[in-house]
Design a protein around this ligand. Structure first.
Ligand SMILES: N[C@H](CCC[C@H](N)C(=O)O)C(=O)O
Length: 279
């Protein structure tokens, strides 16, 4: 495959963005893992393609570094919005983007010298059978105890279009994410696997989160995970409806709006370089 691409990141969660309106990306999914390989490819946590949509300004597809396709990507959609605006594919600073998780509405905002993107990420999904989590019917899973390899975990499960298993801990630095991340990602109660977030509550308006992502392992940040974490914090009465999420790669501001039940994410999107791939 030969194509032009642009490399972006959101809080260190990085993506190869390909303009599918100009490049032939018919066979991109089987190539996604090779493209993401940090030694033999471009190197990224995921591949994002710009596609046409009949229902929105654009369509976005997101492929994890293992080649699996996800429903949505929070850091990625912020980068997507800035990319299409700067590539002059649109003159809109507020646009609609169709994803497998529904139509998202990013808005590019200048904030001093910074450019931030605020995204209406839609409603969180709490019913277990829709996250999905097996064995809990339509229950909302809040601090449910499960035992995995003789270890006790209290899980709270939320979907932002993609599944998240959130675990609150006393000391985030004491968590062996490389051990427990993959075990929980692939646990049998998650028929579609899951993203796994470990969270330490610093105060009611600041949470420290680290993530093991479905299909991508540890990343420096997860936007949908930050949204799911805020919702889980509210459900467990551990934080307010608006808080800062401190991730390994940066800070995201998240609000679960009480009046419209939507979750809003605000954060940076940074262009790194442009290139040509011949893989
Ligand atoms: N690994 C995720 C997709 C990427 C989400 C993440 N990078 C974000 O910023 O939301 C999944 O399979 O659901």
């Amino acid at each position: 495959m030969n194509f032009k691409f642009t490399k972006w990141h959101g809080c260190g969660n990085d993506f190869v963005i390909i303009n599918g309106l100009e490049e032939n990306i018919e066979t991109i999914q089987p190539q996604a893992a090779a493209i993401c390989n940090r030694n033999f490819g471009i190197g990224a946590d995921g591949v994002i393609t710009v596609c046409p949509s009949e229902n929105a300004d654009f369509c976005m597809r997101i492929f994890n570094s293992d080649g699996s396709e996800a429903e949505m990507c929070g850091n990625g959609i912020r980068c997507f919005a800035r990319y299409v605006y700067e590539a002059k594919l649109t003159t809109k600073s507020e646009m609609t983007i169709e994803t497998k998780a529904g139509i998202m509405k990013p808005k590019i905002i200048a904030s001093g010298d910074d450019v931030l993107v605020t995204v209406n990420m839609g409603n969180p999904v709490l019913q277990a059978d829709k996250v999905p989590v097996a064995g809990f019917a339509d229950k909302t899973i809040i601090s449910e105890e499960i035992i995995v390899d003789n270890e006790n975990f209290h899980i709270t499960c939320v979907s932002m279009g993609n599944p998240h298993c959130i675990i609150f801990v006393d000391d985030i630095n004491a968590v062996d994410i490389n051990k427990w991340g993959p075990v929980l990602e692939k646990h049998q109660i998650f028929p579609n696997k899951t993203n796994v977030e470990f969270v330490q509550v610093l105060n009611r308006s600041k949470l420290r989160m680290r993530v093991w992502e479905r299909g991508a392992a540890i990343t420096l940040a997860c936007g949908t995970g930050a949204c799911a974490t805020l919702v889980a914090g509210v459900l467990n009465n551990l934080c307010d409806r608006q808080a800062s999420l401190q991730l390994d790669g940066g800070l995201l501001s998240i609000e679960w709006n009480e009046s419209d039940n939507n979750v809003y994410m605000t954060g940076p999107a940074t262009k790194v370089f442009e290139g040509k791939y011949s893989g």
